[in-house]
Design a protein around this ligand. Sequence first.
Ligand code: TGC
Ligand code: FAD
Length: 404
Amino acid sequence: MLMRHQPIEGTMAATTGPAPDPNDFLDISALLSPEESLLQETVRRFVADRVLPEISQWFEEGILPRELAPELGKLGLLGMHLEGYGCSGASAVDYGIACLELEAADSGLRSMVSVQGSLAMYPIWAFGSEEQKNEWLPAMATGEAIGCFGLTEPDSGSDPSSMRTTARRDGSDWILNGTKMWISNGSVADVAVVWARTEDGIQGFVVPTETPGFSAPDIKGKLSLRASHTSELVLDDVRLPAEAVLPGVSSMRGPLSCLNEARYGIAWGSIGAARSCYEAARTYAIDRHQFGKPIASFQLTQQKLVEMMVAVNRGLLLAVHIGRMKDQGRLSPQHVSFAKFDNVRAALDVARTARSVLGANGITLEYPVIRHMNNLESVYTYEGTNEIHTLILGQTITGINAFA
Ligand code: TGC
Ligand code: FAD
């Protein structure tokens, strides 16, 4: 005789699992190892204690306190997926989990960590000299030094290979001229990784921000990513020694490789923001009464909640899947585009739907929803717009380049 919960080889187990948890419907937490769950809990607790009580105010004031950097460093979250030089050497899934929990608080917080680890530390780690690595990576891993990444320019966004910033030789020195635009961490950075056109191709330069001729004025008037410093980088005859250039790359492969790392983190992080919106909307819909009953009792509201819940679970499954692929060395840039493309658009849909469930309360900073919604508009645009990732995927499945 068969026991009820005991599958035997070759037969299917009965569908008798426990009722799903509304906040983890597909039991995705069971896909994580005990160590991964512990990391998730640690980051979630840090965010709950240190960030959530103040994030609305930071967003309103347009700041992200610099003191957070050493605290994030202490948790081992800066450059965490890099090996050596004081970095944690964590797995891709660990890095993704950290991004998930940080962005559940605010995309600006995740951006600070992505830019530091994937855009500023990664190129030094992957393409830098031993001297550059030893000088910068340990200080960046602790958060003592903050980095930024200058690729985009006023006239060169989706098409960074059209950049105008130049680096020319003057004896053994380099002289950099140009303007970078929309640079996260720019005005708080100690070091900028700046991509410039040279006689030999596109090359990266490690620029201490105190170098004469370098300035980073903040961009004002943002209604998105307010808890993040976004700046111009102005390079006015910035003189650097010969050893400032990253020796390991001299083509667009350099900056584009960094983007793979950051886009991967965004595929996870965006679902953190979506999860926060879904959970806020579900709680609100159960508590809020209209027409004498909870708004969650209306079919139209239930449909919204279900669509949000499904999107969050689907996005998280995709994130875990690409995370495992990355750890197995099977992830391609095109896979990363798939995940950035689909998870960010799904997260933005979830945020907009959640906003509608909260009615007028949905437009205030008392709830996290409109903050996430506005942030996700930036996330939809940066690290390759939704359209650019569509075209990368289109080229992959047709073999035809539709960019230009
Ligand atoms: P293309 O001619 O296709 O390639 C040039 C060279 O690059 C190589 N390559 C890649 N290498 C690594 N990873 C990738 N994803 C790569 N894509 C291309 C390629 O093999 C070639 O190498 P080589 O050695 O033969 O020279 O490049 P393209 O210039 O035509 O560009 C194609 C396109 C449009 C996809 C690319 O330009 C693009 O992705 N544009 C979007 C720009 C973008 O995403 N900017 C982001 C700026 S940083 C940012 O937004 C930070 S936000 C803050 C935060 O993250 O929180
Ligand atoms: P454009 O490239 O001008 O695009 C405008 C519109 O045209 C978009 O909808 C785009 O998809 C569409 N489009 C363009 N080309 C095509 C095409 N071939 N086919 C179809 N549609 C097309 N950059 C950095 O280097 N470092 C940073 O740290 C950084 N941080 C950022 C932080 C924030 C808050 C923001 C908003 C941006 C940041 N960026 C950063 C810049 C970001 O990467 C760019 O904004 C992005 O790459 C798009 O460039 P763009 O804004 O110039 O838009």
